[in-house]
Design a protein around this ligand. Sequence first.
Ligand code: PHE
Length: 336
Amino acid sequence: MHSVAAHALDEIAGATGLDGLEAVRALYLGRGDGLLTIFRKQLGAVVDPQARRQLGQTVNELCERTAKALEERRAALEAAVRTRQLEIEALDLTRPAPRLCRGSLHPVTKILREVRRIFAQLGYSAASGPEIEYDRYNFTLVNMPPGHPSRETQATFFIDEWRVLRTQTSPVQIRSMIQHGAPQRIIAPGKTFRRDYDATHFPMFHQIEGLCIDEGVSLGDLKGTLEYFARSLFGPDRGIRFRPHHFEFTEPSLEVDISCMVCGGDGCKTCKHSGWLEVLGAGMVHPIVLRNGGIDPEIYSGFAFGVGAERLAQLLYVIEDGRLVYENDVRYLRQG
Ligand code: PHE
């Protein structure tokens, strides 16, 4: 009995965790079959009352001593756990605070401001229109009537039968023509929406539409204006080319490319080995569109262009995956 108790005390002293300690308690003092508990149960079998009392006292003493040792060890182990916890959670109030970073403008904001500045120099004022737009303004009046296949190319968010989230800033052209007539020169920067999402397309993006209407405006004026714009934004050394294209609301239509900023025009992955990157779409405003805007195409002519702000940011700041533009990762934004 004494040696069992001695073992118990040894094991208690050697327990290194609360779980281990609990196992030792169960082994020796467990209710039914603890190695010390059993002695107490067997007391009844001792016939001599004197001897029974003596034995009982000894069993009790041993059990109490073991229980006390268990309690002390438990307290010590719990204290150790607490100390360790405090060490882990310790706050070092003398450590220097993390550096605060200055905010900066979002690349798209910078592009919008810069484009507005460049065109302000050419006498263009800024116009705006609603983001929830009538189908009629977004499509029909810019020569994309119901059922026209070109509507398919602008994956549209529909609000109801008559309204959409505008897929382009071109409806601002029509609104501005109806409101201000001719002559006029505007740019219309704003949010546009399409059901697209990949490395170069976002469901929400910004277009900047330009419109110039006057007597005798020619394709030469359009080319000169866009060349001035591209050189102002991308610098004088970048190659620019005009490529015939098709838009419903302009005739003739063209697209503008600049030489690839990654390879300098030699051909690489970014420019799909062509050396060129598409920047904007443009053309001479279609007579039907002028008429829809209440302007007489026999007297006036005009050009329009549309350019994506995210696209410009990608090209200007060499951003391979355009999704970064809206992920708001501070490491990216900090470079601004
Ligand atoms: N709105 C056209 C588009 O989203 C771009 C464009 C605007 C082309 C104005 C020509 C003139 O594709």
